[in-house]
Design a protein around this ligand. Structure first.
Ligand code: SF4
Length: 422
């Protein structure tokens, strides 16, 4: 019991520290995110305006001290869920540092965390927009080139890049190209202390590396890449190039998000007046605003995305069943083959593998009914019940997904159809 309490204390400490670190480093690198639209906000706004507005208005999110309160209340589930979420969210920053070191080791001119700030017009509203570029690689000379690298940490590598990430890259590339000769570029160190501010991109290149770049971005080979990293694999998506139409789309989305944020902050609309993503959507898995979301206040009769996910799960379960059977069949064949060989009991070398079949002791199980009867005979029913209840552990409650095919109305028989028609 004491160990569990101490384990939980450690988990709570880690969760609290991750929240505090995330809050501090986010503020140092990105500033107050409620005061501008960032390119990563666009991906969310594209999928769910409600979540994007709620995120931006909520500022830094969960306060680290909340975890201490949960610990005092013994709210283990909330602590573990927060820890899980923070580990997933912050894993990307840890990977980012590793990638930075790797790129620096190559010796190429590299700018990490380059900031570009501008104000765009959306109708009559001025919208502050910012792009934070994870990495910018530069090449000067006769054929100047810029490579913008956006890092994404994912559990499993995607086969295709999500449109929300593409929108983010197009927004970044568009801002780099349109703000090229304007004093919009800022650079901070890891603690958030400004290194350079209010410079043009060619001025930054000259200042940092002595690289002379053309006055116009049109004469520079600019590409954007998204590098997806899991803990063991990497996949690059690109190249993306500055595209005026995609940039316009990104800026229009930024304008809509900002306008909705202002209307919400001024109390002219509620969150539930804003559009949200319908159906079974991966964004909802990570959303902090699901508790009040209208999506979950009603049961949707038809949800094609959830239907597709259930179909996929159904197929995977059948594959697992087939696979289990296939494994069993193969094991039996090999065991039979092995038993027929002289010298059974030794290792059999097959080339790449070796194998042997060894006798194993049978599983030991406790016959509870018999034990109960024996205890009752020896000690009496009451004492027997007391001992059994003392030695009985109940596992934690858990959830289980039940699903099956929706029963379809039976197809009427030929006779029934004739009957109905008559
Ligand atoms: S729960 Fe889903 S639909 Fe609701 S706000 Fe969050 S992301 Fe949007």
């Amino acid at each position: 019991m004491e160990t569990t309490h101490k384990e939980l204390a450690l988990m709570a400490q880690l969760a609290r520290g991750l929240l505090a670190h995330g809050e501090r480093s986010g503020m140092a690198q990105l500033g107050d995110r409620t005061r501008y639209v960032g390119m990563s906000d666009l991906g969310k706004a594209m999928r769910c305006m409600r979540a994007a507005v709620a995120d931006k208005s909520a500022g830094s999110g969960l306060a680290p001290d909340q975890v201490a309160q949960w610990f005092a209340q013994g709210a283990e589930e909330r602590i573990c869920a927060t820890l899980h979420r923070q580990l997933v969210l912050q894993r990307g920053h840890w990977l980012e540092e590793g990638v930075r070191q790797a790129l620096l080791a190559n010796g190429a001119p590299l700018i990490p965390q380059l900031g570009i700030e501008a104000t765009i017009q959306h109708g009559t509203t001025e919208v502050p927009v910012r792009a934070h570029l994870d990495f910018v690689l530069l090449r000067g000379g006769e054929r100047p080139a810029i490579r913008v690298l956006e890092l994404k940490s994912t559990e499993h590598l995607p086969k295709t890049l999500h449109p929300a990430y593409e929108m983010q890259v197009y927004g970044q590339l568009g801002m780099l190209a349109t703000c090229w000769g304007k004093p919009c570029v800022n650079l901070r160190d890891g603690d958030g202390t400004p290194i350079l501010s209010g410079q043009t991109f060619p001025e930054v290149a000259q200042h940092l590396f002595g690289i002379t770049l053309p006055a116009s971005s049109d004469r520079v080979d600019i590409e954007g890449w998204v590098l997806c990293l899991s803990m063991a694999e990497a996949r690059a998506f690109g190249p993306y190039r500055p595209d005026a139409a995609m940039h316009d789309l990104a800026m229009r989305l930024a304008g809509e998000l900002w306008t909705n944020l202002q209307r919400y902050t001024n109390g002219r609309v509620s969150l539930d007046d804003l559009d949200y993503c319908h159906g079974f959507h991966p964004l909802c898995d990570w959303c902090d605003h699901y508790a009040s979301c209208p999506k979950f206040s009603t049961r949707q009769a038809l949800d094609p995305a959830c239907n597709a996910a259930l179909q996929q799960l159904d197929a995977l379960r059948s594959q697992r069943k087939d696979l289990d059977q296939e494994i069993k069949r193969m094991e039996e064949r090999i065991e039979t083959h092995y038993a027929r060989l002289s010298g059974a009991g030794d290792w059999l070398a097959t080339g790449d593998y070796r194998c042997k079949v060894a006798p194993m002791p049978g599983r030991v199980t406790l016959n509870r009914a018999m034990l109960q009867a024996e205890l009752a005979n020896s000690l009496g029913q009451k004492e027997s019940d007391r001992i059994l209840s003392l030695c009985t552990d109940t596992g934690r409650p858990f959830t289980r997904l039940f699903f099956g095919r929706t029963p379809r109305p039976a197809t009427p028989s030929h006779e029934e159809r004739i009957h109905v028609a008559a």
